[in-house]
Every structure is written in structure tokens, then in C-alpha cells.
Design a protein around this ligand. Structure first.
Ligand code: F1P
Length: 351
């Protein structure tokens, strides 16, 4: 529920009416962005998912090649990083051992500069990076990241604009993106009012052992994050797939005992997503869809739809994250698990 406010805080002083204020990213920001020709993102868990969203934005909007890797793998494998690469770590805590080790390893390779997107100013990742873009999310009470994730996404949109401007992004497009960011706090406040319908929807999950989360394009990592939240706090086994991958295996899992959650904004992949969901329905899978008002979905036999007002495409990943967080929360409450302190998990994984 703090997300509209902390997103405002993250944007404050970093955007004007129609452009980003690059000087607010740090003294060396201009010089670093000028020499960046590729991006390597490294992170763990929820922070990895925000990196996955960023890959779609940095490549799709800024036109800059972007790779993303979980830090727990990056740190142990032979990696090639070209010397025009900006290494970006993302972390709520700034102390995650794998991410820190990966950053230290990356520094032994050729690279242009290092940057961290982080929530804790006095942290190792901030200290050891050339540039730090703070998320201003404030402390997360629980183990599972929520506001840290959405503020990371806001910071990554700012990075996308900064890199895009060096790669042909027009002033008009920048102004359009900045305008979308300005709308975000208000839109999120409205999405939070869906809480009661989501609570109702959660009843269908409390006695289930598995769930599938589907999305396409930039919504795939949003589905990944939705599945992770459900696993972390309700202990229901949840997997996410880009919906087009269903036919390559996961469709075999679909039956009436497998709830399927889908995120369906009104984007260019909507029709593809719809046909994937029809395949699921044809096999008896029960659908739970978070859909744009104009996407043509409606509740009926085997399908429950919660509708969201149309939102600018750029911020759709941030907006559609919120109902998934609420869904996991309500399922966890129904199951009686400890939402803030899930078993076996630590807030900051420092070993
Ligand atoms: C990474 C992370 C979190 C997760 C849990 C364990 O932490 O995987 O995403 O919610 O707290 O650690 P961080 O590097 O973002 O602090």
C-alpha cells in the first residue's frame, strides 16, 4: 500500500515535467551513459525479475543490447563482458552475497562502469559501484520484496530513458515516457482498490498445491514475480511461463486442479495470449485473468476476470504487479502462513 508514495519519492528530483534530470543520477552519470553500448544486469530473486523486465525496455526502447543473469550463476561461470558494457546490479538490501560476489568478479573483467539500483544507501553494493540509483522504497517489513520491486522498475525506466537518449530516443518519446511515470502513483492507488475482488479470487487457491502464471513479452517477468510471491508466502508450488511456451511442455500439467493466472494488458501480444489461454481452457484449466478493460475478457464458466483501466504500455509491468502481490497476500492469509516471515527465508541472504 505504500507503493504510490515511495514511487513518488523515487521520482522526486529525477524527472521534471517532460524530461529526466540526469544530474540527479550521480556526478559521473553523464560520462558513464555516454560510453555505454551494452548492459549486463546481475541480481537475485525478485531483483532478478526486475532485471528481466528491464531487458525488454532497454533493448526494446533504448535499443541497447542487454543481458540479465542471476548472480548465483554469474559469479561461478566464465563470463565474457565487452569493455563498453555497463554492469548493473539490482538489490533491495545491497548486501546479497551472490550479487556482491558477482559485482566483484565483473570488475575483474573488461567493463565500462558499474551501477547499482538499490534500496539501502549505506550498503556494500552502493559503496562498491561507480553509480548508485537509490530506489527510496524505505525498509521492507517482510522478507518478500514488494515495494522494492516496483521502485526498482521505476529506476530501470529512468535508466532506459538515459540510455535511449544516446541512441536516438526523441524528446517527444522521452516526454511521453516521463508523462507515464507521472501518472503512476495515481494509477497504483486505483489498482489497490481492487483488493476486495482479489481477496474473493484468492479463495480458489487456498486448497490448491500448484499454480501456473502466464504472461507474454514484458509481462512474462511480471508473471515470474507473481509466481515467486505465491511460492514465498503461501508455499504453493507456482511456476511461470511465457504463454507461448505452454505447448512445448507445461500444457501437460493443465487440468481442473491447476489454477492458471494470466496478466493481460491490451498490448500487441494480447491476441497471441488469448489463443494460448483458449488452449488452457480447452484442457479444463481454470483461468484467473488480470485484464485491461478493453481486452475482451469477461468472467464466465472456468474463467474469473478482474479488469484494470487502460494504462500506458511503459508502466503496465509495474501496474500489473500489484494485483499479483495482493493475490499472494490473500492466499497466504487464508492458508494461515506467516506473510512477513516465511519459513526458510531470510531478508538478506549474506552468505
Ligand atoms: C534478493 C532476494 C529477494 C527475496 C528474499 C531473498 O535480495 O532474493 O528478492 O525477496 O528476500 O533475497 P536483494 O538482493 O534484492 O536484497
Amino acid at each position: 500500500y505504500e507503493q504510490p508514495e515511495v514511487i513518488k519519492d523515487t521520482l522526486r528530483g529525477r524527472i521534471s515535467k517532460d524530461k529526466i534530470l540526469e544530474q540527479a543520477f550521480g556526478a559521473q552519470a553523464k560520462e558513464i551513459f555516454d560510453k555505454t553500448k551494452a548492459v549486463q544486469i546481475i541480481a537475485c530473486g525478485t531483483s532478478y525479475h526486475s532485471g528481466m523486465v528491464a531487458k525488454y525496455l532497454i533493448e526494446g526502447i533504448a535499443g541497447v543490447p542487454c543481458r540479465v543473469e542471476v548472480a548465483s550463476e554469474f559469479r561461478y561461470r566464465k563470463f565474457v563482458v565487452q569493455d563498453d558494457t555497463l554492469i548493473v546490479t539490482i538489490s533491495q538490501s545491497g548486501e546479497t552475497a551472490d550479487t556482491l560476489a558477482a559485482l566483484r568478479l565483473a570488475k575483474t573483467l573488461g567493463y565500462a562502469a558499474t551501477m547499482t539500483i538499490c534500496n539501502v544507501a549505506q550498503s556494500s553494493l552502493v559503496r562498491e559501484s561507480d553509480l548508485a540509483l537509490m530506489t527510496e522504497a524505505g525498509p521492507e517489513v517482510g522478507v518478500a520484496s514488494t515495494k522494492a520491486f516496483t521502485t526498482q522498475l521505476v529506476a530501470l525506466v529512468l535508466l532506459t530513458i538515459a540510455l535511449g537518449k544516446r541512441n536516438g530516443l526523441s524528446a517527444e518519446k522521452e516526454a511521453e515516457m516521463v508523462s507515464s511515470l507521472h501518472q503512476l502513483p495515481q494509477i497504483l492507488s486505483e489498482v489497490l482498490t481492487l483488493d476486495q475482488s482479489i481477496e474473493k479470487m484468492s479463495e480458489a487457491f487456498a486448497d490448491k498445491h500448484n499454480a501456473l502464471f502466464l504472461g507474454r513479452g514484458v509481462q512474462w517477468p511480471v508473471a515470474m514475480e507473481g509466481a515467486l510471491k505465491l511460492k514465498e508466502i503461501s508455499y504453493i508450488h507456482a511456476e511461470s511461463y511465457p504463454a507461448g511456451e505452454l505447448k512445448h511442455g507445461p500444457l501437460a500439467l493443465v487440468d481442473s486442479e491447476m489454477p492458471i493466472v494470466a496478466v493481460a494488458p491490451n498490448d500487441e501480444l494480447l491476441e497471441k495470449l488469448k489463443s494460448n489461454l483458449e488452449e488452457v481452457q480447452a484442457r479444463g484449466g481454470e483461468l484467473f485473468v488480470f485484464a485491461d478493460n478493453n481486452s475482451g475478457f469477461s468472467s464466465g464458466d472456468g474463467i474469473t476476470v478482474i479488469k484494470l483501466a487502460p494504462v500506458p504500455e511503459l508502466i503496465a509491468p509495474i501496474v500489473y504487479t500489484i494485483p499479483l502481490q495482493l493475490l499472494s497476500y490473500h492466499v497466504a492469509v487464508l492458508k494461515g502462513t506467516d506473510v512477513d516471515q516465511p519459513r526458510n527465508l531470510a531478508k538478506s541472504v549474506t552468505v
